[in-house]
Design a protein around this ligand. Structure first.
Ligand code: ATP
Ligand code: MG
Length: 324
């Protein structure tokens, strides 16, 4: 298992927790996925799906029961902790900071853990603080920062080491809408300009849709989807159309539509009748137009239900629950 273009390869990773009663939880159950260098991968899944446990196993913070992990083509388990010079992480919130040290002290401290910071490094730290709008908080003790600022400071600490692989577990937790948007644009910029590899776990599908090229969706410790975001969206692209008519529907329209388009519904509203229909072929929309024209219906508006990653994700998770 070694392709040099891979930043990370996880093969058959399994982690079982046993509670005092001896009952076992298979938190991670045979997980396999790869991340290419320079890729931004989204790791998704409902609470308890096994995302954080997988990340902790990859980082050597937890010993898996079985499985193999390779970082940049090297067997990670054989190379801990040396291999961690290549990976940094923010794990669930901002607890990795020293609260009585300032932002700048934290950044230089964490970067220095892995070798002294050069003048060029310090310039880079300054750039990160600027990107994250923390420049004016540089010398403020972390305990005096707001929740969102702490979160940003911990992301800065993870990025400051300039590792080629970065894990961000819930990086936008507690961030306000504007700051979350800022963080997304910074991540995209860093991936683009510096070619670093990111594994981002988040429950905010807007973040994932915005920054990730590919997603791995976990459920009950297993990988249930591993696909490009654009491909996933196209699979789920809905064919549901909504057509608003000017005025009430003409006699017989409902029966005619029901006959030609399975599942079509017509509801009468004050503004005019509304048709909801699933059209399976591109040609269907023209057939529908012909039917409406032949019955002298005037179309007021046509819209197609938009698909976004959140809808796709919910659909996948629901299907998965129904199956298990
Ligand atoms: N230290 C632990 N001891 C016992 N069980 C644990 C431990 N850590 C996690 N688990 C269990 O492992 C499963 C996976 O948890 P994990 O934290 O990996 O989920 P997650 O996907 O990160 O969820 P979330 O979205 O809530 O962060 C859960 O059932 C959890 O209760
Ligand atoms: Mg988690």
């Amino acid at each position: 298992m070694s392709t040099s273009a891979s930043a990370l390869e996880v093969e058959s990773l399994t982690k079982v927790f046993k509670d005092r009663g001896g009952i076992a939880v298979r938190a991670v159950d045979g997980v396999c996925f790869k991340v290419k260098q320079g890729e931004v991968l989204g790791l998704l899944g409902p609470n308890g799906a096994g995302k954080t446990t997988s990340i902790k196993c990859i980082l050597g913070l937890m010993r898996p029961d079985s499985g193999r992990i390779a970082l940049f083509g090297q067997d990670a388990q054989a190379a801990y902790p040396r291999i961690l010079a290549k990976a940094s992480a923010v794990l669930e919130g901002s607890r990795n900071l020293y609260w009585r040290m300032s932002v700048w002290e934290n950044v230089t401290f964490f970067a220095a853990l892995h070798g002294a910071a050069s003048p060029e490094d310090r310039q880079y730290f300054g750039r990160l603080l600027k990107l994250f709008a923390l420049e004016d908080k540089r010398d403020t003790e972390v305990r005096k920062l707001s929740q969102g600022m702490k979160q940003k400071a911990s992301v800065v600490c993870a990025l400051a080491r300039r590792t080629p692989l970065v894990f961000l577990d819930e990086p936008t937790l507690g961030l306000d809408v504007e700051t979350s948007l800022e963080l997304r644009s910074v991540l995209k910029q860093l991936a683009r300009e510096e070619g670093r590899t990111f594994v981002v776990s988040s429950h905010d599908m807007h973040v994932i849709q915005d920054v990730c090229g590919r997603v791995v969706i976990m459920s009950s410790g297993r990988v249930v989807v591993d696909d490009q975001v654009s491909h996933l969206m196209s699979l789920f692209r809905t064919k549901a159309y909504r057509i608003g008519l000017r005025g009430p529907s003409p006699d017989g329209l409902h029966a005619r539509l029901a006959q030609e388009f399975a599942g079509a519904t017509v509801t009468e509203a004050e503004a005019g009748a509304e048709i909801k229909v699933n059209l399976s072929e591109d040609n269907d929309i023209y057939r529908l137009m012909d039917v409406l024209r032949s019955m002298d219906s005037v179309i007021d508006q046509i819209s197609r239900e938009e698909v976004d990653l959140e809808k796709v994700y919910l659909e996948i998770v629901r299907e998965e629950r129904a199956r298990s």
